[in-house]
Design a protein around this ligand. Sequence first.
Ligand SMILES: Cc1ncc(COP(=O)(O)O)c(C=O)c1O
Length: 443
Amino acid sequence: MKPGKNGSQLGFHHRPDGIWCDNVHLDSLAKKTGTPCYVYSRSIIDRQLMRFASAFKGLDVLPCYAAKANNNPEILRHIAGHTELSWGIDAVSVGELHLGLAAGFRADQMIFSGVGKQHSEIDLAVERGIVINVESLFELDDIIEIARSRGKLAKLGLRVNPNIDAHTHPKISTGLKKNKFGLSREMFDVALRRITEAPETLQLAGISTHIGSQITDVSPWKAAALQLVQLADAIHAKGGAALEFIDFGGGFPVRYDGDNEPPGVEIFSGIIRDSMAGAARPETKRLRIVVEPGRWLVAESGGLLTRVIGVKERFVVVDASMTELIRPALYGARHEIIFACNPTLPAVPSNGEGEGFEIVGPVCESSDVLASNIRIKHVPKKNQLAVLMQAGAYGYSMASNYNQRPLPAEHLIADDKVFTIRKKQLLLAPDPDLFDEPLDLPL
Ligand SMILES: Cc1ncc(COP(=O)(O)O)c(C=O)c1O
């Protein structure tokens, strides 16, 4: 990665005159644009893109970025335009499919995932030749019906649920039998039979799995990869299906809370290399490798800028809240936080009760806590700036209008310039046209 001007630091950091991101002074930015708002460093995304390319060098790999992590159209366009390695996209709704196409991702490098795909969504995927990662038998029925009526061949992946505990937060664990995701082995075999019986309508292009997010213990991920390779071998041994890809899913972790560095992307590419080398069948060894990183690509690039509204006892009330960043409330996620007045930080939230500060938002929920038990030397003052770090993934994309709060603006720092890549939503006014006419329903 090229350093910033004069070798200066990239990403979010302190300088004597306040908080900076790359070579942009965030107080000046915040004064101009207002808070709360998201700021992303394009250099950090580029760093991740280059690191990924180097970790997977020599492999036939198609990385499909999980757009749910951050679906800003400009960020999608940037990833689609990366020249070192061609990226595809993993989409979970018709909205994300359209965003991906508009951003310049090729339809034949897109994967459509999700447990509850609707007719109109399947229809678009079949029409555009987008691979559908099938997660249930009822979905397969819908695909057959739609592909037949369109006279098209639907390209499928089968997502297996390996019943493996990812050892991550239960709410981001997806690979256990009790989770709603993927096909059990029994369902997988039924789906495989149905696909072979309908070769004019269905093409099995690949198999996939995804056991969860923020995988810091790699052994379950390794077990799932091994299971997937064995499954590909078994399919090839039976003959019939000519697979094109094997999709190991996402889950590459991010360093959120000052804890030890989590396993890097190189460890995951190493697991894939070893698992593929261990395949019994030459057809399996030749498969194109798909992975679906989401947060790993964008989390570190983003920060949520917020200002202190006031301090009472241990509570630092800021203008950002769970509506901009719900991860702490939803998962107990711990994001580092930098305060302009505390230059030696970032401060790390710690678990449980303590004497530290609670960084809270204005929303009327006790769970509206952005960072807990924060130890800082200087008490923050009214209007001072703070940045919640590692907020580039599952930040804006999970934001809501709860308490009638508008969605915040997003700004991208690129080559020391700042571009507004999404405007702050206008204040939500009641729609004057609603309820004038009753709905016209048959009685
Ligand atoms: C099918 C699938 N692939 C990839 C991802 C991305 O996960 P992460 O952001 O942890 O890499 C998800 C996340 O929910 C997912 O459901």
